[in-house]
Design a protein around this ligand. Sequence first.
Ligand code: FMN
Length: 400
Amino acid sequence: MIEAKDSNQLFSRSLELPCGAVLKNRLVKSAMSDSLADGEGSPTQAQVRLYERWTEGGVALSIIGEVQADPRFPEKPGNLVLGKHSNLEMLRKLTTRASINGAHIWPQIGHAGALSHAPISLPTGPSALEIGSFQCAGMSITEVKQLPDTYAKAALMAKEVGFTGIQIHAGHGFLLSQFLSPLFNHRNDQYGGSIEARCRIIVEVIDKVRRAVGTSFPIGIKINSTDQLEGGLTQDDALEAIRILNQTSIDLIELSGGTYFPGAKSSSDSSGAGPYFVDFSKKAQQVTSIPIVVTGGFKTRTQAMDSLISGAVDMVGIARAMVLNPSLANDWLTNTGADPVFPRFETAPSGGITAWYTMRLTALGNDAESSFALCLPSAIRLYEERDELRCHKWRKKFSS
Ligand SMILES: Cc1cc2nc3c(=O)[nH]c(=O)nc-3n(C[C@H](O)[C@H](O)[C@H](O)COP(=O)(O)O)c2cc1C
């Protein structure tokens, strides 16, 4: 338990990661798929400006959501890609402007697997599945064994273009999270069955990435505390996975929950009272000494401070509140400004709230949030139309 003598100091203390890198305070802008790449996997000016704004706003670490290691399996056509087609000049511009003031900027290296965007992909998870109208192909053992190399190449490129660390995405129902989940993973080889076996590919990815980036480069991971989905990853198995992660060279574990499986609960669409995963973090601390960031449902400075005071979290991860106020970190660090006012949506279709926040991210990237007044249905329509247009570009760029 940390003394709350000086609340500002709780936020502003630096954190040294196991690899030796230092995060300057305790506030993280969690990964959000911003849909601001150019449809060909490279950054746009608006995207560069978006991350610069969070850095100006005081965060210690900003994580770019859904940066793809393999363009065949994106989450959306607005994702960044780290690969041979990447625009290195724009990536360097992004990392330079997003790392001012000593802030860290990490890509969340992903692979959407069974949840990859069907109009530009052949969704492929750990196992072939058909659940209601949901379908995906299954990975061959050769494809599974190629994954560590795919992640390692992307991580090395990230380092080369100036990212200051990387996060491996193993949460929210995307590929590595699918390996952890008994619902998606029906494999009967060394990558399926017990939680140790379901975790194996993640450990192999971490080991290969570490060999590629060296000992002093931060590697984080985002993992679910539970999938909140019948048949998915349970809390007990998540704790076992964290116990296994504790034996790896991971520097920062981000805890989240929920999935984007059609019809399931996702944290970004949740309007329930938060924070959501602090109690789980207390349990996770029993099985790991790696620093933990908890993300989900932080709406007020007091909530964030209480979590730090309790000692249950090392860092606080924030997504939607940082979309409402990109200078939130500075406001909380200096204890100035009011907490953000969250919009209330009477009824929202699944994914609708996330779409609304994504459109607001575009406004932030254009420094135009003061005139952002989209209602939920208009935000969803614009979000879907933009993705549809980008699918053509994506196919053209990556068809070879
Ligand atoms: C627009 C939007 C996009 C998101 N995209 C990602 C993503 O790419 N990767 C990820 O791990 N989480 C993603 N999330 C989830 C957030 O990181 C976070 O876990 C979730 O929103 C709960 O935190 P919050 O209550 O602070 O918003 C996204 C959330 C939002 C609102």
